[in-house]
Design a protein around this ligand. Structure first.
Ligand SMILES: [Zn+2]
Length: 115
């Protein structure tokens, strides 16, 4: 996905719209504190790259959030996606399992399934 480049003007607009309040800890970003434009829903998880998904976050809050919440979420989304597109397939059919045409009998001999 192509990321929107957020200009200084856009940053200022986002800051004003949210009253300079960090959406993670609900504290004001005070002058001199580093802050980021945070995506409430990570882009990797299908969030939009526009006004509706842009929030103000202290850099420290943002980092913590990214590590604790976004990363596992993104990892999960990726896993689900890979499964969806068939990138992760079960490693073949286990010999003797129900899907195999062979079955292992109780005494250990392997026989062809009937039908
Ligand atoms: Zn914060």
């Amino acid at each position: 996905m192509k990321r929107v480049r957020i200009t200084a003007k856009m940053r200022a607009d986002i800051f004003l719209r949210h009253g300079g309040v960090c959406h993670m800890c609900s504290m004001k970003v005070t002058p001199g504190q580093d802050w980021d434009v945070s995506h409430e829903i990570p882009l990797e998880a299908g969030g939009k790259d526009d006004d509706s998904n842009w929030f103000v976050a202290h850099r420290s809050c943002h980092r913590q959030h990214t590590a604790k919440v976004d990363m596992p979420l993104i990892a999960k989304v990726k896993r689900v996606h890979q499964k969806h597109i068939g990138a992760t397939r079960p490693k073949g059919t286990m010999p003797g399992s129900k899907n195999s045409k062979w079955k292992r009998k109780m005494d250990g001999t392997v026989v062809r399934r009937n039908g």
